[in-house]
Design a protein around this ligand. Structure first.
Ligand SMILES: *[C@@H]1O[C@H](CO)[C@@H](O)[C@H](O)[C@H]1NC(C)=O
Ligand SMILES: *[C@@H]1O[C@H](CO)[C@@H](O)[C@H](O)[C@H]1NC(C)=O
Ligand SMILES: *[C@@H]1O[C@H](CO)[C@@H](O)[C@H](O)[C@H]1NC(C)=O
Length: 877
């Protein structure tokens, strides 16, 4: 309590001196406004002396995006490398600057005190960003605020499991400092930092901002919703504002800066099965057969750290997971059209000369020889921490040898068993010890090699430089705090690499801490593409940062088997889509704790419709593979069965995300911003703008109250179930094995016949599901196809599908010469055909059809008459 009061007193201290703007100039050739800022007198804030002079610039990056930079002309400051987080725009030509007159925003400022405002040109009452005079900029503390419209709602700012749903709650603080904390712990900082938000006004217009800063950061939303305050431990102000005006515009404008999500291999959209705690390889083999015997789709078998010899990266436990048998298992998977993904952790065992068992460990020997490990505060010795293997060193991704080192280790290991993707965990970085310098004084007992004791620090750690400015910044961010800043924060060094540790090029962990996961993921992704001959990489990473989606995917981390965790997974997945990581999902059935039949059934009904779909479970918890319970097996056959049918649609969405920042998994308000009822909904979600998933998230419920925006919605499992909504809640039945998924009238999706693997489903005939939307209304859809694995896609098909009363046009744009395994489009199902149909033709020749007078469904059989790689026109009357 005392600490809290004290912090409040500090905040109430006299406001720091404000700055005055001088020497403004507009450079029209770069469309940039520049000026200098000087502080009135020798000014201080509670955490340091403000810089006397600063440089200010505002550039018109695109018509909707401004970039504001405030830097120190007289002192070198840390900035995020372009290679980690692009500074954008990533696709627009930068050669043609847009003048402020042509931009869709206005920029105004006051000189003394210095403030500025960015507003929407089409409606100047809409303030996109407004920096007020409460602005401090000192070495280790930067503070600024923007005013917010108190009628608006705030979304984004991660990574956090938000107990109260999607909205960032008023009066709450979001701390950005990557740490190994279970997603099951709500309302505290987790694995990643994403300083991007969307402000959604009650009328449905939206705008947003992104602070390109990797230092420790608190973002506080005022209780009265009228301001948002940023407090950073370093770096610069590098702020991007996005004028919107729609929520999907804001997300796309943001991704235009940090990069669009990487196109994922087609197979990775299959279902993934994992667990921690397999005792031997046979258990994993049995699990794969268990899925097959139960006719539940399975594409990817995973192994967690169980397979490792004493938890050493790039090794196999030859007793329980003999490398020759793993290799044969992987070959067998491949021959069945399946894939294999193992885990890799960043900590490399620091081998003690007294350990016979670890002599000749190449990952350590090479790492030392190539000098690739993060150094301690003196910059000489590799920093020693502790993770699963025991004492470890951590690769320094800034080191020029790091890519070669990591690629060689992965390559040699890949030669043993040809894994298809890599899972990089513990990369916040997680450390079981805390301290500036640690040593292993008891190599006989450290590591313990026991799962129950290994997480306790067995190193001797000391802080040799107590007053080190990196380890002890005066301003304490809310690391480890609970909701609304409750509880005392932990120092930033707590259980990670200390902030004073040194990276290549003189960088301090203090500045680059939040980048570790994304940098590891990027190096791993590049390595995998090199090793696998230009095939698309699949890398799953726990930690992330803006720009991550360019390289890798993400899962929400260590959740728990609870109804609340299931609910929150929907929010985190949708948030990460906004953060530019399209491939995202949560551990299905829950990671921590024993899952149970009902929860697991309901969870696959959600997880089957998340882009990344994986069941994962922790050590010692009850088995939760879907075939273990009859109802869960049935729920998965239905939900995953549908997923495998809609893969062409899902892959097209992934392509659209990659091509221009479209969102794959979405909140309802992102599609229906004008419908204010949707603004508070976060227990349903959409795939693109076509499918609405309304899952059951409560024990014992056999129905769900689902909100339907105005329009007609057809249940895609059972077309007899139709919802006509004026924008209302509808009670839907939902037996345990049943999930409600509706297609919106006005959309068209491409499907195939499904299968037990993605290879199988890709070989089946295509079909179209067309949901008409009445007189004078047009339905739209797209279909993108390529070989599903090339990095540089040279051959692809993109079809535009347009349907209205009586006709459907399918027009294909071909790039190169892609020929699908099976291009046959064998049927088209059209929902909402009001009149009986007497004739049907494709390209002028009659085709067979069936009209269901009761359900108003026209099913057209096109056997041999249409292909997905050729234009055609379909008419019915
Ligand atoms: C890179 O590794 C080589 C050994 O392979 C070593 O000689 C060289 O010093 C390393 N480079 C740096 C910058 O440490
Ligand atoms: C596609 O359809 C044609 C005509 O019905 C048929 O001959 C061919 O075998 C089909 N192709 C595949 C891959 O099923
Ligand atoms: C349908 O007609 C279009 C244009 O006339 C033609 O390009 C296309 O190949 C035809 N498609 C089929 C399946 O016959």
């Amino acid at each position: 309590m005392w600490a809290r009061l004290c912090a409040l007193t500090l905040l109430l201290a006299p406001a720091s001196a404000s700055y005055t703007l001088q020497d403004p100039t507009w450079d029209s050739s770069s469309s940039t406004f520049s000026a200098s800022l000087s502080s009135s007198s020798a000014s201080t804030n509670p955490y340091g002396d403000d810089f006397a002079s600063l440089s200010f610039s505002l550039s018109v990056l695109t018509s909707e995006t401004a970039r504001i930079r405030i830097t120190t002309p007289d002192a070198e400051r840390y900035e995020i490398p372009e290679s980690v987080t692009p500074s954008g725009p990533v696709t627009l030509p930068s050669s043609q600057p847009i003048s402020i007159d042509d931009a869709s925003f206005d920029f105004t400022y006051t000189s003394s005190p210095f403030t500025f405002k960015i507003s929407d040109k089409s409606d100047p009452s809409v303030i996109v960003f407004e920096l007020n005079e409460d602005f401090s900029f000192s070495d280790q503390y930067i503070k600024f605020s923007t005013s917010m419209n108190s009628e608006s709602k705030l979304f984004g700012l991660g990574e956090k499991s938000r107990s109260n749903g999607a909205e960032v709650p008023p009066g709450s603080k979001t701390t950005m400092w990557a740490r190994d904390m279970a997603a099951a712990v709500f309302d505290t900082n987790l694995y990643a930092s994403h300083p991007f938000y969307v402000e959604l006004s009650s009328d449905g217009s939206a705008h947003g901002s992104f602070l390109r800063n990797s230092n420790g950061l608190d973002v506080t939303y005022s209780e009265s919703r009228d301001s948002l305050t940023f407090e950073a431990l370093g770096g610069i102000v590098d702020l991007y504002t996005f004028v919107g005006p729609s929520p999907t515009d804001v997300a796309a404008q943001y991704q235009q800066i940090v990069g669009f999500p990487r196109l994922q291999p087609y197979w990775s959209l299959g279902f993934h099965q994992c667990r921690y705690g397999y005792e031997n390889l046979q258990e994993a083999i049995d699990v794969v057969s268990g899925y097959k015997d139960a006719s539940i789709p399975l594409d990817i078998a995973w192994l967690d750290i169980d397979y490792m010899n004493l938890w050493l990266d790039f090794t196999y436990d030859e007793a329980n997971f003999p490398s020759s048998k793993v290799s044969a298992f992987v070959d067998e998977l491949h021959s069945n059209g399946q894939k294999f993904v193992p885990i890799v952790d960043p900590g490399i065992l620091a081998v003690d000369s007294s350990w016979d068992w670890a002599q000749g460990y190449d990952a350590y020997d090479k790492g030392m020889e190539m000098d690739v490990f993060v150094k301690d505060l003196n910059g000489e010795k590799p920093y020693m921490g502790q993770v699963w293997p025991g004492p470890v060193h951590f690769p320094d991704w800034f080191h020029p040898n790091a890519t070669d080192y990591w690629t060689e280790q992965l390559k040699n290991w890949h030669d043993i068993a040809a894994f298809d993707g890599v899972w990089v965990d513990m990369n916040e970085v997680s450390n079981f010890c805390t301290g500036q310098v640690c040593e292993n004084d008891s190599p006989d007992t450290c590591p313990t090699h026991q799962v129950d004791t290994q997480t306790q620090c067995c190193l001797s750690c000391v802080d040799v430089d107590q007053g080190n400015k990196f380890d002890n910044p005066k301003f304490m961010i809310g690391n480890d705090e609970g909701i609304n800043g409750g509880g005392n924060p932990s120092p930033i060094n707590f259980k990670t690499i200390p902030a004073s540790a040194k990276h290549y090029g003189g960088l301090s962990q203090y500045d680059v801490h939040n980048l570790h996961g994304t940098m590891e993921a990027k190096v791993t992704s590049d390595a995998m593409e090199a090793i696998r001959d230009g095939k698309r990489s699949f890398v799953l990473s726990r930690s992330s940062f803006p720009g991550h989606g360019n390289h890798a995917s993400h899962w929400t981390g260590d959740n728990a088997a609870t109804w609340d965790d299931l609910k929150r997974s929907i929010v985190t997945v949708n948030d990460f889509a906004m953060f530019g990581i399209s491939m995202v999902g949560a551990d299905i059935c829950g990671f921590i704790g024993d899952s149970w039949e009902e929860l697991c059934a309901r969870w696959i009904e959600v997880g089957a419709f998340h882009p990344f779909s994986r069941n994962h479970n922790t050590y010692g918890a009850a088995p939760q593979e879907f075939y273990r319970w009859d109802t869960v097996a049935e729920a998965s056959r239905r939900a995953l069965g549908m997923r495998y049918k809609i893969l062409p649609f899902l892959y097209t969405l992934m392509y659209k995300a990659n091509a221009g920042g479209d969102l794959v998994s979405r909140y309802l308000w992102q599609n229906f911003p004008q419908d204010a009822e949707t603004h508070g909904i976060d227990e349903q979600f959409m795939l693109g703008d076509a499918l609405l998933i309304s899952p059951v998230l409560e024990e014992a419920a056999r129905s769900v109250e689902a909100y339907f925006p105005q329009g007609t919605w057809y249940n895609i499992f059972d077309f007899s179930k139709v919802v006509q909504s004026e924008g209302e809640k509808v009670a839907l039945n939902a037996e345990l094995e049943e999930v409600n998924v509706h297609i919106r009238a006005g959309s068209i999706i491409a499907m195939q016949e499904g299968g037990l693997t993605t290879v199988e489903s890709r070989g089946t005939d295509f079909s179209l599901l067309v949901a008409l939307c009445g007189e004078g209304c047009t339905s739209f859809g797209e279909l993108y196809l390529d070989d599903g694995e090339s990095v540089q896609v040279e051959d692809s098909i993109l079809a535009d599908i347009v349907g209205s009363a009586g006709e459907l046009a399918f027009s294909v744009t071909k790039t190169g010469t892609y020929e699908p395994e099976n291009a046959n489009l064998s049927s088209v199902k059209i929902l909402g055909v009001d009149q009986p149909v007497g004739a049907c033709e494709v390209n002028g020749s009659a085709v067979e059809f069936d009209y269901d007078n009761e359900l108003k469904i026209l099913t057209i059989s096109l056997e041999g008459k249409a292909r997905v790689d050729e234009d055609f026109e379909l008419l019915w009357k």
